[in-house]
Design a protein around this ligand. Structure first.
Ligand SMILES: [Zn+2]
Length: 238
């Protein structure tokens, strides 16, 4: 199981780090580099604590149907423009935190650029640049034998109670699936917020070896699985 959080929201380090530290567990944070500056020391502390810093693009392009993305719409992108955005974000993250992310999360979980007959997938670009690419709002978990690391499925954690997510944890354990959760803020409740009580309960359950879970970062679990599947970590897809 992996717990992932997007956009470098302030509450991830203000609230989340202490929760993870208490249980000795690690998350993957997919960051938008300009958002790091408001809490740069805390993000450096997150790195020291072993959390994974993932890549979430520089300008967070999504479909122009979202009001926030009207001026930066995927429908207006080309693969070249997307490649430039990703390269710039890599430099920006490296400059701030001294590391190069190996894990990517598609902004809004969307994997296309362009529109109509000119639409292209940027999954191959992500496959060349990163060890994995995480989707968003998916319907199921990852089958370790079959999933494509460039399209890791993720289920929403925001707003969920522990009663709602518990059956997913149990099914992941029974079927040997890799369950990836994705969230945004970490707090008591509210919009795009992973509830602290839910997170505490998941961490407590995962931290006790008797419960039979393995919770770690996307980078660690994906690399483990890919090595078992016979493809060395970091090997680019042709
Ligand atoms: Zn995002």
């Amino acid at each position: 199981m992996s717990l992932t959080f997007d956009d470098a929201r302030l509450s991830q380090v203000d609230v989340g780090l202490a929760l993870f530290q208490r249980h000795g567990l690690r998350a993957t944070f997919y960051v938008s580099p300009d958002r790091l500056d408001a809490r740069l020391d805390r993000w450096k502390e997150a790195v020291r604590q072993g959390h994974e810093i993932g890549h979430h693009s520089l300008t967070h392009p999504c479909t122009g149907n979202f009001t926030f993305s009207q001026g930066n719409a995927l429908e207006d992108y080309t693969l070249e423009r997307m490649g430039a955005d990703l390269a710039e974000a890599t430099v920006a993250i490296e400059r701030r935190l001294g590391l190069r992310p190996v894990s990517f999360a598609y902004p809004c979980g969307q994997t296309f650029v362009g529109r109509g007959v000119n639409t292209r997938s940027y999954v191959p670009l992500v496959a060349r640049l990163f060890e994995s690419g995480r989707l968003w709002l998916c319907e199921d978990m990852n089958d370790p034998l079959r999933y494509d690391p460039a399209q890791v499925m993720a289920l929403e954690l925001d707003g969920k109670t522990f009663l709602e997510v518990r059956p997913l944890l149990e099914r992941a354990r029974e079927q040997g699936r890799w369950l990836v959760f994705a969230g945004h803020e970490i707090g008591a409740g509210g919009r795009q917020t992973t509830r602290v009580d839910t997170l505490e309960a998941i961490l407590a359950m995962a931290a006790d070896p008797a419960n039979g879970f393995w919770l770690d970062t996307v980078g660690v679990i994906n690399r483990y699985v890919q090595e078992r599947r016979g493809r060395p970590a970091g090997t680019a897809v042709p």
